[in-house]
Design a protein around this ligand. Structure first.
Ligand code: NAD
Length: 480
């Protein structure tokens, strides 16, 4: 069976301890490869390599840095089929999703920042006839990048690409639950001729490798995507060390549907925003609020479409819903369904683990689940479940919908369906979220700021904001 390796100083290495962890395939429940169980020693050599490479990389002309990133993007496209299959096996997501969303977006991330850095400029502030200020934007140093399992290569590259483009070198840790495409990215970086030490990938557990990165005194900035409670731990370590932090955390996003919406568009998009990637996208709209006059119609149509979703072998083209990423996560989702029942929720579709026959008997599948009758402020409607589970709730007025939408500790995204332009703008203004989609979902322009408010995070990724994060502004004032 394959042993995944760390990528340090341009080489593929065993962990110093020589210890490995099991890597499970979620659709079969079987171990299919091994992950380095790295620790602080591996992080230290990765840091040393990144630190040594920093002077050379940060002084490499941006055009040359751009070329490396664009070449990595090209190689991701060249290996798209292999990467997509690896992502599907490792994560449980449908292969067609990995092929059309995850891997193309990883290639786009490198291409976007490879070209973006060429257009990144800083400001000058003239003081009439007496002086001029100009702002340098200098790469900060060795960046720590830590990413989750739900969109493995997509989110990993969304951090690494702007860091490298800005001139930082990187020590990165993918999720131990889905390490495979990060490993394949190491091979691609070698193929692209990326200079040794510029990117280092250390595999292993969050509380060992992740914490060693976060607490390393030589790593002055941390870009993290993952759960809110992990974000809290990271902030508690990094803040007293005065590290620059970008935290992209959990969500419990509202999907607000008005009776005047374009119904068919809303319904097909709501299917995606509810169940894509088994509901394991931080931007999924897991709390659906429907104007009462169309509630019953919506409920029947939504149930009928959800019942038609095919849960099973992620590799097959006809599969809509693959496996949940891990046994632990499957159990967590199922426990929330049980909690919802005790809170007065009625399961009107799904609600159970799904047994898929044959090779997939041991896989971690869950039926797409719809719950109604929950109070907007009960735990199962307030806490992030992060699975193929949504609640539906009727509302009578815009004010009520907004109050329920804004009632959680989270504030990542909001979705609104209405043909009333004034109402659309009003809700966009009043929703407490970093991102609002009106009459669409997950439509992304990579130039836009991406991130959340409240417990959904601190800081923004995307566009020049990503490059701002990985650079430090320094003002220079010259008196005439
Ligand atoms: P997680 O917080 O468990 O793990 C994320 C990463 O952090 C992993 O690489 C993990 O090993 C590492 N980690 C864990 N403990 C650590 C520690 N003490 N110190 C340093 N690193 C540590 O999250 P997950 O379960 O992998 O991902 C799901 C969560 O991510 C959900 O809450 C989801 O909403 C969130 N998410 C947010 C966004 C966003 O952009 N806001 C995007 C995707 C996922």
């Amino acid at each position: 069976m394959q042993h995944i390796k760390n990528y340090i100083n341009g080489q593929l290495l065993d962990p110093i301890s020589k210890k490995y962890l099991d890597n499970f395939c979620p659709s079969t429940g079987k171990v299919y490869s091994y992950i380095p169980d790295s620790d602080a020693q591996d992080v230290e050599i990765a840091y040393q390599a990144a630190n040594q490479a920093f002077i050379g990389w940060s002084n490499t002309p941006k055009e040359k840095r751009a070329n490396y990133l664009i070449e990595i993007s090209r190689l991701i496209e060249k290996h798209l089929d292999k990467l997509a299959l690896a992502e599907s096996i490792d994560n449980g997501k449908p292969l067609k999703l990995a092929k059309t969303i995850d891997i193309p977006r990883a290639a786009d991330n490198f291409h976007f920042y490879g070209t973006g850095i060429l257009h990144y400029a800083s400001h000058a502030h003239s003081m009439e006839n007496s002086a001029i200020n100009y702002t340098l934007r200098q790469p900060i140093g060795v960046a720590g990048c830590i990413s989750p399992w739900n969109l493995p290569l997509y989110l990993f590259s969304w951090k690494i690409a702007p860091a490298l483009a800005a001139g930082c070198t990187v020590v990165a840790k993918p999720s131990e639950v889905t390490p495979m495409t990060a490993f394949l990215l190491s091979e691609i970086c070698i193929e692209a001729g990326l200079p040794p030490g510029v990117l280092n990938i250390v595999h292993g557990l969050g509380n060992k490798v992740g914490e060693a990165i976060v607490s390393h005194p030589g790593i002055p900035l941390i870009s993290f995507t993952g759960g809110t409670s992990t974000g809290k731990t990271i902030a508690s370590i990094a803040a007293p060390m005065f590290k620059k932090l970008s935290l992209e955390l959990g969500g419990k996003n509202p999907n607000i549907i008005f009776a005047d919406c374009d119904y068919e568009k809303m319904l097909s998009s709501t299917m995606r925003s509810s169940f894509s990637n088994q509901g394991q996208i931080c931007l999924c709209g897991s709390r659906i609020f429907i104007e009462r006059s169309i509630y019953e119609k919506f409920k029947l149509d939504f149930i009928s479409k959800t019942k038609a979703l095919l849960v099973g072998n992620p590799i097959e083209d006809k599969t809509n819903i693959g496996a949940i990423v891990s046994k632990e996560h499957q159990q967590k989702i199922l426990s929330y369904i049980e909690l919802a029942k005790t809170e007065g929720g009625k399961i009107i579709c799904g609600g159970k683990a799904k047994i898929v026959d044959g090779d997939f008997e041991g896989g971690y599948f869950i039926e797409p689940t719809i719950i109604e009758g929950l109070k907007y402020n009960c735990r199962s409607n307030q806490e992030e479940i992060f699975g193929p589970v949504v609640s539906i709730t009727p509302f009578d007025s815009e004010e009520e919908a907004l109050m329920m939408a804004n009632s959680t500790i989270y504030g990542l995204a909001g979705i609104v369906w209405t043909e009333n332009l004034t109402r659309a703008h009003r809700l966009a203004n009043n929703l407490k979220a970093g991102i609002v989609w009106i009459n669409c979902w997950l439509l992304r322009d990579l130039r836009t700021p991406f991130g959340g408010v409240k417990a959904s995070g601190v800081g923004r990724e995307g566009g020049f904001e990503g490059l701002d994060f990985f650079t430090e502004p320094k003002n220079v004032c010259i008196k005439f």
